[in-house]
Write a protein that binds this ligand. Structure first.
Ligand code: 6PG
Length: 260
């Protein structure tokens, strides 16, 4: 287990997205200065897309050299290419289509009408292979050392498409798996596993709204990761919880500094 998670609380959902976007710019710029490139893992959902939209409208956005940014996904809904409910579709609309990324460095998970057809197992295995091919010896893992891995948090404490008590959250070897029967529609998905998530240098969990207050309080109370997948999502060197006041409302006050 790495250092304790750091909790930051912001006024509301919009402020949380803006602050998270500013943090992401700083982190990516640092990584690109230090190593010549950076790698991020995007998440689906309102908070993940809210961060991308905030980044799209941020003045600091162009401090990032998007041509030297690797973009991966933490999970994906297994739907046809271009489907409005796919995380990559929403990410493209929120940000990706308006910045000069190198297409060879953008790694969406396969759609259900792509190279693997509707074989979600094959699509998940292909993502594992893509991750392994991108890993370098110094990563000491079958995935790249992502600089920042973003995760939204579900009201049941799910992260990516790892749901409480489901097979995906129990996976200890594979780095990407097919998900069937997801409680959050659509039911068929592809997800990184906790071992892949934990290979990231930093894991940032995003949650806003009172509907997340119970999940946030539970996940930060030290539960098992099978019952509370978000509790098993931590980075090698840093784990941040980026919350608004409503999502933090049930946290013990000693867990985060008073609002600035
Ligand atoms: O594909 C997905 O649905 C997401 O990856 C999922 O893990 C999401 O991040 C959480 O459900 C939180 O979603 P909200 O931020 O919309 O509450």
């Amino acid at each position: 287990m790495t250092a304790a998670a750091q909790v930051f609380v912001h006024r509301d959902k919009q402020e949380t997205a803006r602050a998270a976007a500013a943090r992401l710019v700083a982190r990516v710029v640092d990584a690109q200065s230090a190593r010549g490139s950076a790698s991020v893992v995007l998440t689906g959902g309102r908070n993940g897309n809210g961060l991308l939209a905030a980044l799209a409208s941020s003045n600091a956005r162009d401090s990032i050299d998007f041509s030297r940014l690797d973009v991966w996904w933490g999970d994906e809904r297994f739907l046809p290419e271009g489907h409005p409910e796919r995380n990559v579709t929403q990410a493209r609309e929120a940000l990706l289509d308006s910045v000069p990324l190198d297409p060879a460095r953008v790694h969406p998970m396969a759609p259900s009408d792509g190279a693997y057809g509707n074989d979600v197992e094959a699509a998940a295995e292909a993502y594992e292979a893509e991750l392994a091919a991108a890993a370098r010896p110094e990563d000491h893992a079958p995935v790249p050392s992502f600089d920042v891995l973003l995760l939204g948090v579900g009201p049941d404490t799910h992260v990516a498409s790892l749901f409480p008590e489901h097979p995906g959250v129990r996976e200890t070897e594979r780095t990407a798996v097919a998900v069937h029967g997801a409680p959050k529609p659509p039911p068929v998905r592809i997800s990184l596993t906790l071992p892949a998530i934990r290979a990231a240098r930093e894991v940032w969990l995003l949650a806003s709204g009172e509907d997340k207050a119970d999940a946030v309080a539970l996940a930060l109370s030290g539960p098992g990761e099978i019952q509370a997948p978000a509790a098993g999502a931590y980075g090698r060197s840093r784990t941040l919880w980026l919350l608004d006041e409503a999502a933090a409302a049930k946290l013990p006050r000693d867990l985060y500094p008073p609002l600035s």
